[in-house]
Design a protein around this ligand. Sequence first.
Ligand SMILES: *[C@@H]1O[C@H](CO)[C@@H](O)[C@H](O)[C@H]1NC(C)=O
Length: 373
Amino acid sequence: MALSFSLITFSLLILTTAIAGELPVTGELPEDSLIRQVVGGGNDASSLDLSQPHHHFSLFKERFGKSYSSQEEHDYRFEIFKANLRQAQRHQALDPTAVHGVTRFSDLTQSEFMNEFLGVRTRLKYPSHANKAPILPTDELPLDFDWRELGAVTPPKDQGGCGSCWSFSTTGAMEGAHFIATGKLESLSEQQLLDCDRECDPEGESDDCDQGCQGGLMNNAFEYLLKAGGLMLEKDYPYTARNGRCRFDKSKIAAKVANFSVIPVDEGQIAANLVKNGPLAVGINARYMSSYISGVSCPLTCSADLEHGVLIVGYGSAGYSSMRKEEKPYWIIKNSWGEYWGENGYYRLCRGYDLCGVNTMVSTVAAAPVTPH
Ligand SMILES: *[C@@H]1O[C@H](CO)[C@@H](O)[C@H](O)[C@H]1NC(C)=O
C-alpha cells in the first residue's frame, strides 16, 4: 500500500502561499521551544538546530528518498524546507504537548500539501439533512477506550499524492462497522469509492460531489454505498492513488451499509457513539498535522475549517508527549498517510476543547449482513 514518494510529480508553484501565516509569527519564541527531528523509523526524536538547515535537508532527503530533477528544483525545495522548519517551530511553540518537526511533507508548499494529501471537497458544515444519531447516556463510559485493541481497525493505509482522505475515512468506518456486525476484520476498497462514487452533497454547492483524488465527503460516500449495494475488498479492487474507470463488481460486495447518522456537536456523544457503534468518520482541520511527530496535539489556536477526513478509533484520559509534563485527555485518530507518519500512522488530538473542528462533522455507520450469492 505504501506509495513511493518519489513517484509523485511535483508541480512548481510560487512560494508565496507556502507558509504565509495562518499562525501569528511570534518574534520571540520561548527558549525551550526546540523542534524535533525524527531520526529513526519510529517516534524517537532529537532536537533540531535551526542554524543547520543544510544538514537537516540532507537528512530529510535521505530519510524520505527524495531526489529532485534539477538544481533549480532542488534550491526551490530547500527554500520551502527552511520555511517549513520555521513553521514547525511556530507549531511547537503553540502546541507544547505535542512534538513537531520534520515530516515527509517538509518540502511541500501549503497548497501542495492541501491538494495532494487532504481531500475534503467542500467547506464542511454540520450535515443537517442526515439522520441524527439518538442521544446516548455518557455516565458509564470507560475511562480509556481503543478499538484497535478489540481488533476492529486495519493497519494504517497511505493515500499517496491524491486528495482521497474521505475514502479512507469511509472505509475505516465501514471496516469497523463490518467487524462489529460479523466479527470479521476485512480491509475494504477505497478505489471503488474513487472510481465509482459521484454522489453529491444535498446541501452543498452544485459541484460538491465526490470526485476521487479531487476530494469528497464521507456522508456522500455512505449514501453512495447504500445505493450501489456495498463495498468490495481492498484485494479485489486495490488502491492506485489515481482516478480510474469504475470496475465495481456487485457479485464481489464484501460489506454493506445498513444505515448511517450524524452525531451531535458534543464530545461526550462522540465518545458514547464510538464505544457503542465503532470507529467514527470525522472531519478535522489538518494544519498542525503537517509537522506533527508525536504526543497529544493541543494547539492554543486551531481553525475549525474542516479539510481532512480521518477516523476516531479511541480515546484516552491523560497523555502527553515524551518531552512535556502537562497531561491532556485525547482522541486517538487513524490517519491515511502511512504507518511512518505520526505515532505509527496515528494522531492524538486533545479531547474536551472542541479543537480543530473535531466535534463538528462526525458520522457513525452500521453494517448489514452480506447475503451470499
Ligand atoms: C441501523 O442498523 C443497525 C444494524 O442493522 C440496527 O441495529 C439499527 O437499529 C439501525 N439504526 C437505525 C437508526 O435505523
